[in-house]
Design a protein around this ligand. Structure first.
Ligand SMILES: [Zn+2]
Length: 543
C-alpha cells in the first residue's frame, strides 16, 4: 500500500489542526456564545484566539514528533479527544478529575450505560479514521541537527506569533479566560490530560489526608471567668475591593457616604493582601502560615482560625454569598446564600450582598454562646461589576453594562466599579447599624472588614486581578481594611480603641487576622504571636 510521505512537523500540524477544529466544536460554540461578537473587534478577537490556539496545539503535537513516539501518542490523543468530544457535545460534560474518578471507580453497569452507539460513531469517524490515515503516512525525519534547527525556529516563531496575536486583545483574553475559566475545561485534549493528571496526583498523594489539627491547646483566657454577657465578632471578607477607591483612603469620589459617617470606625490605610486572587488570599488570611510561608495545599491539610475559635467554645458560622469558602469553612456551620452550579457552564450568580444581612438578626438571637460570624461578600467581583449593585446605587454614570470590557470605555468601567464600592459601603453601613442595635440590646459586637485582594482598572492597560504577587501592581495588593468595636465590646474585651486608631497608619496585612482575632477574643494558645496582633499593646490589663 503506497504511503504518503510527510515531514514530521507538517504531520504534527495537520493532526493539531484536526483536533483543534473538528474535536473542539463544543469549546468554539461556548466561546462564541461568551464573546457574542457584534462588531469587527470581537471577530478579530475570536480570530486571534483561533490563531493562538493553533500555534499552541502545533507546539504541543510537535513536541513529541520523534521517531517511534509520534504515531502511538497521536493515536492515543485522537481517541481521547474523540471520546471527550462526544461527552461534551452530548452532555456538556466538564472533563475534570471528577469525571475520571467516575469512569475509573464506578461499576461496570454504569459505564456500560455510557457506551452508546453514538459514542461508537464518534470514535470511528473522529478517532479511527484519522488514525488510519496517520498510520499510512511515512514520516521523514531529517538529521538530528536539522530537526533541532527546525524546531528551534518553529518555537521562536510561535512565541512571536502568540505575543503579536494576544497583545492587541489583552483585555479580551483576560476577561474571557480569567473570568470564564471554566471554558478551559472544554479544550481537548488538554482537559483530558489535565483531568487524568489531577486524578492521579490526588490518588498518589497518599490516603485521604489526615487533617493536621492546630491549636489543640486553645482555650479561653482567665479573664473569661469574670466576663458577663455575650459577644459577637463579625469578619466580613470583601471581594476585589481596592483600597484606592475608598474615599476613606482619600479617593476623591464619595464612595463611602455611609462609612465616613460612622463614629469610631478605624480605617487602616496601609493594608495588604496575601495573594492577588480569592483562591489564595481567602485560605491565607484564616491560616497561621502567613504570606511568606503560605502554601494552599498545606493550608488545606490543616485546621485554621475558625477551627481554633470553635474549639475554644465559640459559635462559629460562615455565611457565603460567593463562589465558596475555599475549604476554610468546611468544619463550621455554613449557609450558602447564593446558588452555584459548579458543573455547568455558568456565569457567577447575580446575588447582591444585602443577602448576607437578611435573617442575620435571627442567627444572632439564636446564639447560645459567644459568636464569630464570617460574611463572605460578592463585593466588586468583575468583570460584570454592574451586576453587583442594585440600580439605585448607580451613582457614577455612565456605567459599563457589559462583561466584555472591550465594549466600554475605561471611564465607564471605573464608574461601574465605583458603584460596587458605594454598594459595599451601604452593606457595611447597614451591618454596623445592626450591630449597634445589638450592642444597645446587650450584645458586645465588633466588625472587621478586609478585602481578599485588589483590582486593576486599566492602569498600564491592565484589568482584573490575579497577577503573580511579585509582578502584581500595587492596586491588586493594596486592600481596604476596617475595624469597628461597639462600646460594650471595648468594655468587655478591655480594648482601647483610641490606641488602635492612633496606630492605624502602620502597615498591616492579612497575616494579622489570625493573631488579632485570637488576641482580641482572649483565646490562649501557643500559636498566638503578639507581634501580629493589631490589638496587642492596646488592651488595658484585665483586673
Ligand atoms: Zn477575590
Amino acid at each position: 500500500m503506497p504511503k504518503f510521505r510527510l515531514r514530521p512537523e507538517v504531520c504534527a500540524f495537520l493532526v493539531a489542526g484536526f483536533v483543534l477544529v473538528c474535536l473542539n466544536a463544543h469549546f468554539w460554540r461556548l466561546l462564541y456564545q461568551t464573546v457574542a461578537p457584534s462588531g469587527a473587534f470581537e471577530w478579530l478577537f475570536l480570530a486571534s484566539v483561533v490563531l493562538v490556539a493553533l500555534v499552541i496545539f502545533n507546539l504541543l503535537f510537535g513536541a513529541f514528533a520523534i521517531p517511534y513516539v509520534f504515531k502511538p501518542v497521536a493515536t492515543l490523543l485522537l481517541l481521547i479527544s474523540a471520546a471527550a468530544a462526544y461527552f461534551m457535545d452530548e452532555y456538556g460534560t466538564v472533563i475534570d478529575a471528577g469525571l475520571v474518578r467516575n469512569i475509573v471507580e464506578t461499576n461496570a453497569a454504569e459505564v456500560r450505560d455510557l457506551l452508546t452507539l453514538k459514542l461508537g460513531a464518534y470514535l470511528l469517524l473522529a478517532g479511527a479514521f484519522p488514525i488510519y490515515l496517520l498510520w499510512r503516512i511515512r514520516l521523514e525525519y531529517g538529521s538530528l541537527g536539522r530537526e533541532l534547527l527546525t524546531r528551534t525556529v518553529a518555537l521562536l516563531a510561535s512565541v512571536v506569533i502568540v505575543v503579536a496575536a494576544v497583545l492587541p486583545f489583552t483585555n479580551g483574553f483576560m476577561s474571557v479566560f480569567r473570568e470564564q475559566r471554566q471554558l478551559l475545561y472544554f479544550i481537548s485534549p488538554v482537559n483530558s490530560l489535565h483531568a487524568v493528571y489531577k486524578y492521579v496526583a490526588k490518588k498518589t498523594s497518599g490516603a485521604p489526608h489526615r487533617l493536621i489539627s492546630l491549636g489543640e491547646d486553645a482555650r479561653k483566657g482567665n479573664a473569661w471567668l469574670g466576663r458577663k454577657g455575650r459577644s459577637l465578632t463579625v469578619i466580613v471578607v470583601g471581594e476585589t475591593a481596592r483600597a484606592q477607591n475608598f474615599s476613606l483612603n482619600g479617593y476623591p469620589r464619595p464612595t463611602n457616604p455611609r462609612l465616613s459617617e460612622v463614629a469610631g470606625l478605624i480605617n487602616f490605610p496601609l493594608a495588604y493582601s496575601c495573594g492577588t486572587d480569592t483562591a489564595l488570599s481567602l485560605p491565607c488570611m484564616f491560616s497561621n502560615l502567613g504570606r511568606a510561608k503560605f502554601d494552599p495545599n498545606r493550608a488545606a491539610r490543616q485546621e485554621n482560625l475558625l477551627d481554633i475559635v470553635q474549639r475554644a467554645g465559640f459559635a462559629v458560622r460562615w455565611r457565603e454569598n460567593q463562589s465558596g469558602c475555599k475549604g476554610v469553612c468546611v468544619r463550621v456551620p455554613t449557609e450558602v446564600l447564593v446558588e452555584t452550579k459548579p458543573h455547568r457552564f455558568y456565569e457567577i450568580a447575580d446575588a447582591l450582598d444585602e443577602a448576607l444581612l437578611r435573617d442575620l438578626p435571627e442567627r444572632i438571637s439564636a446564639l447560645d454562646r459567644d459568636g464569630l460570624f464570617v460574611l463572605h461578600m460578592m463585593g466588586s467581583h468583575g468583570p460584570a461589576y454592574y451586576k453587583r449593585y442594585p440600580e439605585q446605587f448607580e451613582h457614577f454614570k455612565p456605567a459599563c453594562k457589559e462583561a466584555q470590557f472591550s465594549r466600554c470605555s475605561r471611564d465607564e468601567i471605573v464608574n461601574a466599579y465605583d458603584n460596587t464600592i458605594v454598594y459595599t459601603d451601604h452593606v457595611l453601613g447597614e451591618l454596623i447599624a445592626l450591630l449597634q442595635r445589638e450592642d444597645k440590646a446587650g450584645l458586645a459586637t465588633a466588625l472587621i472588614y478586609l478585602s481578599d485582594h485588589g483590582e486593576s482598572l486599566g492602569e498600564s492597560n491592565l484589568y482584573l486581578h490575579g497577577m503573580p504577587y511579585a509582578l502584581a501592581p500595587e492596586v491588586q495588593k493594596h486592600i481596604p481594611m476596617l475595624l469597628w468595636l461597639s462600646p460594650r465590646y471595648q468594655q468587655a474585651f478591655a480594648v482601647d480603641a483610641g490606641c488602635i486608631a492612633a496606630r492605624r497608619e502602620r502597615p498591616v496585612s492579612q497575616d494579622n487576622l489570625f493573631h488579632s482575632i485570637l488576641g482580641v477574643l482572649d483565646i490562649e494558645t501557643r500559636l498566638y504571636d503578639a507581634k501580629l496582633d493589631i490589638f496587642a499593646g492596646c488592651r488595658r490589663s484585665y483586673d
